[in-house]
Structure formats: structure tokens, C-alpha cells
Design a protein around this ligand. Structure first.
Ligand SMILES: NC(=O)C1=CN([C@@H]2O[C@H](COP(=O)(O)OP(=O)(O)OC[C@H]3O[C@@H](n4cnc5c(N)ncnc54)[C@H](OP(=O)(O)O)[C@@H]3O)[C@@H](O)[C@H]2O)C=CC1
Ligand SMILES: O=C(O)[C@H](O)[C@H](O)[C@H](O)CO
Length: 334
């Protein structure tokens, strides 16, 4: 029986998610419906992607009994509101990153999932990539000795994109792309809460972060350094430095296909898309979709690859960084 998906939002990432699912066996994944605030946009999207049903409201999607899980692909300013709508309707939810605008909103989502006994996962798709699985395997066998330092960069010039720069649209580097650097560090250090966080950043006139650097300290004298920017192009790689060698995830580290372990390079190629995509390596969204399917088949309520407790910690770390660099959203006082 195929996993039946309902898409919330008919935008860019939903387009890529739909195309990525087409690289998986149709007996395993089907997109049953797409919902948009605009029925016309939903119908156009459904026609382009061969989706049988289109709704002009998220509420209709929340009431549809014939879907197994909702993919939330709307702006992160909407994740909390629409996530609660679906969770309270008893729907399983895969919600795009960042989970929500702050840790209080994330905790509300987690509480609603537990209260309604449904599956919930933050779509940190990176963790489902074969490269990240290999990184976890190498770390488990201490292939580079004791890890002492982690570095993760992500710079993507996107000041021309409204949702990247407007505060009311959840703009800023941290929530959009810094989240990938920080999640990588937490993955390497197995979800440990950092002992200290030191952040420094520069803000746009809109009050969102343009570029940020962060130093994090962990137990046993381990440290991490992250830099992320929506104006500068950075190498976008991540490096794990141990006492016996190094592991390098080549850019784009958030959707990687190349791993270098002690100077030995291995490729993990992606399938080609059947339709145009909006973002880099988006057929890699297939990996998180399959992770979700496997979780649902096992009756799990969260993914071991991105546990809800780690999503809460990740957002708490981002809250602290925002506090230090001076980015405040309206959602922080609601
Ligand atoms: N995993 C990944 O690789 C990526 C993840 N993302 C994440 O996906 C989410 C969506 O990003 P993206 O697809 O680029 O966004 P889009 O600009 O394409 O918007 C997505 C949807 O959000 C809704 N929306 C857009 N603007 C507004 C607004 N002003 N007010 C209310 N709703 C609005 C619309 O839904 P509707 O159709 O219902 O009107 C739209 O279709 C973000 O949270 C982003 O972080 C983005 C890129 C890559
Ligand atoms: O998740 C992402 O990839 C981000 O939302 C950015 O919008 C962008 O795609 C990075 O280049």
C-alpha cells in the first residue's frame, strides 16, 4: 500500500518535493492531494504534477480521511499555525525546516503531536542523505579518532528573495540556512546541548540577520564553528576534525553527494529530476520521504534520524543565537 501524501502549500519546495517523490516507486509513494490558499494555484499545481485532488484551503486537507501524512511546505511563519491544524485533526505531519519561529512554537507542535498520538518530524532532509548516514557510521566506529572540532559553513546570496529578507516572512540567514549548519553540529555531537554559545552577526535594515558566526563549546573540550550568510557565497562544506583524521562533507553540505574521509573521496549520486526544480539537489528529498514511510510502517511517532527532542534543542540554540545577534520576531511575544 503506497503512502498517501497531502501537500500543504503549492509553492517552490512543494514542487521539488513532488518531483522527488516521482523518483521513488509509485507503489510506495503517491501524492493524493495538494492544498493552497488559492484553489486556482492548487489546481494548476495538481495538473502540472498529476495529482488527483486540489483544495483551496488547508482546512479541507485537514479533513481529508484519505491521506496518511501531510507535508507542510509553506513559509516558516505559517508552520506553527498550520502544523497545529493538521496535528489536532489527527494527521501525521512532516513539516519543512525550520520547524517554527521559536522553541515555544516548536514545543506546542510536539505537545500537539503527542496529545493526538500522531507522527511528527521536522524536515531536516540532510540527515536522510546517504552521505550523512555514512558520516554517522564513521563516527560510531571512531574512524577519525576522538572528534575535537566541527566546522560548518553555508552562504547563499539570496537578498533578492522576499522571504529571505522580510522579517514578516521569517527572513534571515539563521532560520533558513544556518539551521543546516547547527543541525550538522548537533548530529556529530549526538544531540548534546552545547555548554556555551557565542554568536556575532550583522543585520539587514529589515532587522533580520544577513550573516552570523557562531562558536559552540561541548563537553570534553570539543568545539564547533559555524558561519552562514544570505549575502556571501561560502564554501558550504562541513568538516569533522578528529585526533586521527578528518571527514569532509563537500558543499552543498545540506544536500551532499560527496564525502572525503582522510583524503579519500566517495560520490553518492542523485537521480535526475523529471521536471524543473527550484533548489539544489532536490531529488534528495526522496530520502526523507522514504524515511517517513518506513517510520509510519513501523508505527513510529517520530524519526530516530531527527528526534523531536533534538528539534526542540536545535530551535533553543537558534533562539539563543537570535538573542545574541538581536533578531526578534513578532512571534516571540505572542
Ligand atoms: N528543504 C529544502 O531544501 C528547502 C526548504 N524550504 C523551506 O520551505 C518553506 C517554503 O519555502 P519556499 O517553497 O521557497 O516558499 P514559497 O515562497 O514558494 O512559498 C511556499 C508557500 O507558502 C505560502 N506563502 C507564501 N508567501 C506567503 C505569505 N506572504 N503569507 C502566507 N503564506 C505564504 C504559499 O502557500 P499557498 O500555496 O497555500 O498560498 C506558498 O505556495 C520554507 O519554510 C523554507 O525554509 C525552502 C527551500 C528549500
Ligand atoms: O532550505 C534551503 O535550501 C533554503 O531554504 C534556501 O532557500 C536555499 O534553497 C539555499 O540555497
Amino acid at each position: 500500500m503506497a503512502t498517501r501524501w497531502g501537500l500543504c502549500g503549492a509553492g517552490k519546495i512543494s514542487n521539488d518535493f513532488s518531483v522527488a517523490l516521482k523518483t521513488l516507486p509509485p507503489g510506495d509513494h503517491q501524492i493524493a492531494v495538494v492544498a493552497s490558499r488559492s484553489l486556482e494555484r492548487a489546481q494548476e499545481f495538481a495538473k502540472r504534477h498529476g495529482i488527483p485532488k486540489a483544495y483551496g484551503s488547508y482546512e479541507e486537507l485537514a479533513s481529508d480521511p484519505d491521506i496518511d501524512i501531510v507535508y507542510v511546505g509553506v513559509l516558516h511563519t505559517q508552520h506553527w499555525k498550520v502544523g497545529l491544524l493538521f496535528l489536532k485533526a489527527g494527521k501525521n505531519v512532516l513539516c519543512e525546516k525550520p520547524f517554527a519561529m521559536n522553541s515555544r512554537q516548536v514545543q506546542d507542535l510536539v505537545a500537539a503531536a503527542k496529545r493526538n498520538d500522531v507522527f511528527l518530524m521536522e524536515a531536516i532532509w540532510s540527515r536522510c542523505f546517504p552521505v550523512h548516514a555514512e558520516v554517522r557510521r564513521l563516527l560510531a566506529e571512531e574512524a577519525v579518532g576522538e572528534v575535537k572540532l566541527v566546522k560548518a559553513y553555508f552562504g547563499s546570496p539570496q537578498l533578492h528573495i522576499p522571504r529571505s529578507v522580510a522579517k514578516e516572512l521569517g527572513g534571515g540567514a539563521l532560520l533558513d540556512i544556518g539551521v543546516y549548519c547547527l543541525q550538522f553540529v548537533l548530529m556529530v555531537f549526538r544531540g548534546e546541548r552545547p555548554l556555551s554559545i557565542q554568536a556575532s552577526g550583522v543585520l539587514l535594515d529589515s532587522g533580520v540577520d544577513e550573516s552570523v558566526v557562531v562558536a559552540l563549546k561541548f563537553s570534553r573540550n570539543r568545539i564547533a564553528f559555524c558561519a552562514f550568510s544570505i549575502s556571501a557565497r561560502l564554501p558550504n562544506d562541513a568538516v569533522i576534525c578528529g585526533t586521527k583524521g578528518s571527514i569532509k562533507v563537500l558543499g552543498p553540505m545540506h544536500c551532499p553527494t560527496t564525502l572525503v574521509v582522510n583524503d579519500k573521496e566517495t560520490e553518492y549520486p542523485l537521480p535526475e529530476p523529471s521536471l524543473p526544480m527550484n533548489f539544489t539537489n532536490s531529488t534528495g528529498l526522496r530520502y526523507e520521504a522514504e524515511e517517513v514511510r518506513q517510520c509510519l510502517l513501523k508505527g513510529l511517532k517520530e524519526s530516530p534520524l531527527m528526534p523531536l527532542a533534538e528539534s526542540v534543542l536545535l530551535t533553543e540554540v537558534m533562539d539563543e543565537i537570535r538573542k545574541q545577534v538581536g533578531v526578534v520576531f513578532s512571534q516571540d511575544s505572542q
